[in-house]
Design a protein around this ligand. Structure first.
Ligand SMILES: *Cc1c(COP(=O)(O)O)cnc(C)c1O
Length: 357
C-alpha cells in the first residue's frame, strides 16, 4: 500500500469519498446533473463566504490562476510573491504576455500591506495576484488587510488563491471584496486532484466584458451562462463532483465552525510537537497557516533519513520542502479529514523515528 499522505497536497482521500465518486455515470446535459450542480452551491457559497455562484472548472488550480488574468487584465499585473506558488504566478502572467511586476519578500515572510499600497500608488496596475496560504512556506497572509489596501484602488482587480486555506479558515470573499477567489480540491477539501472551484465578483464580470480574446475554455461568461442553467461549459469531471457533494455533506454535518476549530487544534498539535523537538517554525507568529506547518530543518539533522524511515516503518509521508527550500525545510499537513487521533498517530510515529536517530 502506498503511504498515507501528510504531504500538503494532494492529501489523503477517505474510502467514503472514493465510494461516493464511484456513483454510476450520468450525462452532464440533463436533470440529474443539474440537480448535482445545484446541490453543491449552498455548501460552496458558505466556505467561500459569497453570494456569487461558485463555478466548477475541470482543471487544476493553475488553470483558473491563469484564466483570471486572461479574463481581467488589460494593463499591468502586480504579483505578491512570498514563496513557490506566489512567485510562479508572476512568471505565468509574463508567459501569458502581460507586463507584470512582483513585490517579492523572503520566503517565510508575509506580504506587507503597506508595501502593496505604495506600489499600487505608482499607478498602471489593474490586477493583483495574491496567495492567501502560501503552501510552500506555511505563511498565511493577512487577507483582510491586503484586500482592504487593494480595494482602496478603484478598478484594481484582486485575484486570490485560497488553495490551501479554503474550508480551514474564513475567506469571506464578498466582505473582503475579492474579485476572483479560487481553490483546487486536492488540498483542504481532501478530494483527488482535477477540479478547481472559483467565484467571480460582479465588478470582475463587468471588467471581463471589456477584455477581448478571453478564449473559450476558461471564459468567465461561458461559466456564468451555463451556471444560470446549473451547468458547466464543457463536460466536467462528474465523478469528482459526486466526491465534492459528499465532502460538502460532511462539512455540513460537522459544521463549518467545528471544521475550522478542528484544523486549528490539529495544527497546534504539530506546532507543539515541533517545539518539543526544537524545530523552528518557518512562518512568522500570527501569520501561520492552520492547514499545514513548515519547519526549518535544524543544522545537521538527517531530514531525508527521517522522512524515509517514517515512510518505510510507518507508511506515513510528510514532505521534505518545496522549491528552493527543499531540504532546508519540511512540511506536515493537517488538512482535510485529519483528526486529533490521526495527528496523534503521526506524532507518535515521528517520535519513535526520532528516538532511534
Ligand atoms: C497546490 C497549490 C497550487 C497548485 O495547484 P494545482 O492544482 O497544481 O494547479 C496553487 N497554489 C497553492 C497555494 C497551492 O498550494
Amino acid at each position: 500500500m502506498t503511504p498515507k499522505l501528510f504531504n500538503p497536497g494532494p492529501v489523503d482521500v477517505s474510502p467514503e469519498t472514493f465510494a461516493a465518486m464511484s456513483h454510476t455515470m450520468i450525462g452532464h446535459r440533463g436533470k440529474d446533473f443539474e440537480d448535482l450542480y445545484a446541490s453543491l452551491q449552498p455548501g460552496l457559497k458558505e466556505i467561500f463566504g459569497t453570494s456569487r455562484p461558485v463555478f466548477l472548472s475541470t482543471s487544476s488550480a493553475w488553470g483558473v490562476m491563469e484564466a483570471a488574468l486572461r479574463n481581467l487584465t488589460s494593463k499591468k499585473v502586480l504579483s505578491l510573491c512570498c514563496g513557490a506558488f506566489s512567485d510562479k504566478w508572476v512568471d505565468v502572467a509574463r508567459k501569458c504576455g502581460y507586463e507584470a511586476e512582483a513585490i517579492q519578500v523572503e520566503w517565510g515572510e508575509a506580504i506587507d500591506p503597506e508595501v502593496v499600497r505604495a506600489k499600487l500608488a505608482e499607478g498602471g496596475f489593474d490586477t493583483v495576484t495574491f496567495i492567501h496560504s502560501e503552501t510552500s512556506t506555511g505563511v498565511l497572509n493577512d487577507l483582510e488587510a491586503i484586500s482592504k489596501v487593494v480595494k482602496s484602488f478603484p478598478d484594481t482587480m484582486l485575484i486570490v488563491d485560497t488553495v490551501s486555506s479554503l474550508s480551514t479558515v474564513d475567506i469571506e470573499m464578498d466582505a473582503n471584496g475579492i474579485d476572483v477567489c479560487l481553490a483546487g480540491v486536492q488540498k483542504a477539501l481532501a478530494l483527488p486532484p482535477g477540479l478547481a472551484l472559483f467565484a467571480v465578483s460582479e465588478a470582475a464580470m463587468e471588467r471581463a466584458k471589456t477584455i477581448p480574446n478571453r478564449g473559450y475554455y476558461f471564459d468567465f461568461f461561458e461559466f456564468a451562462k451555463n451556471d444560470a442553467a446549473n451547468n458547466t461549459p464543457t463536460t466536467p469531471c462528474i465523478s469528482l463532483l459526486f466526491g465534492l457533494q459528499f465532502m460538502l455533506g460532511e462539512i455540513a454535518k460537522e459544521g463549518f465552525a467545528a471544521r475550522k476549530a478542528r484544523h486549528a487544534k490539529t495544527n497546534a498539535m504539530i506546532h507543539a510537537w515541533g517545539a518539543k523537538h526544537n524545530f523552528k517554525l518557518f512562518a512568522p507568529e500570527g501569520l501561520r497557516s492552520f492547514a499545514l506547518t513548515c519547519f526549518a530543518t535544524p543544522d545537521g539533522f538527517d531530514l531525508s533519513g527521517f522522512i524515509k524511515t517514517l515512510k518505510n516503518e510507518h507508511n506515513l509521508l510528510i514532505n521534505g520542502g518545496y522549491g528552493k527550500i527543499k531540504g532546508t525545510t519540511f512540511r506536515i499537513s493537517n488538512m482535510g479529514n485529519e483528526t486529533e487521533a490521526s495527528m496523534q498517530e503521526l506524532i507518535d510515529a515521528m517520535d519513535s523515528v526520532l528516538a532511534k536517530m
